[in-house]
Design a protein around this ligand. Sequence first.
Ligand code: 5GP
Ligand code: ZN
Length: 137
Amino acid sequence: MGEPDCIFCKIVAGELPAMIVDEDERTIAFMDIAPATRGHALVIPRAHSTDLLDISEADLSAVALASRRLAARAKERLGADGVNLLNSCGRAAWQTVFHFHVHVVPRYESDPLRLPWVPSEGDQAQIASTAQELSGR
Ligand code: 5GP
Ligand code: ZN
């Protein structure tokens, strides 16, 4: 039983078609409908959770391992030169489907993807004060 309006729950239930490339007890992986590069796939938990902060530790671990499995396969079988794992948590972070997923994006030396920010030197005082706010020590 998934969330009624969740498209990824419908894929898990077999109610919506998807090109499934890997599965295990806790996860399935399928091709992204709008691939950023050749081989772009999504790994999701079978059980619905909305995002990184909602998913159980067991499902998160299983998705991480499945993502690594797929990343290795992309290098071996597709000739990828590298792989990005991407997770968006929340609308502000570009999440559009609210069932936790990791994008496995095979990267090729010649692909057109670019970093979405321009690295530049930060304000050291501001970094230090933010570090204090974030610190769990
Ligand atoms: P997000 O933007 O939430 O990080 O990623 C959602 C991803 O799901 C997008 O890359 C989008 O192309 C993909 N997607 C959305 N709807 C479907 C669908 O019905 N089937 C498949 N296979 N992928 C989908
Ligand atoms: Zn769902």
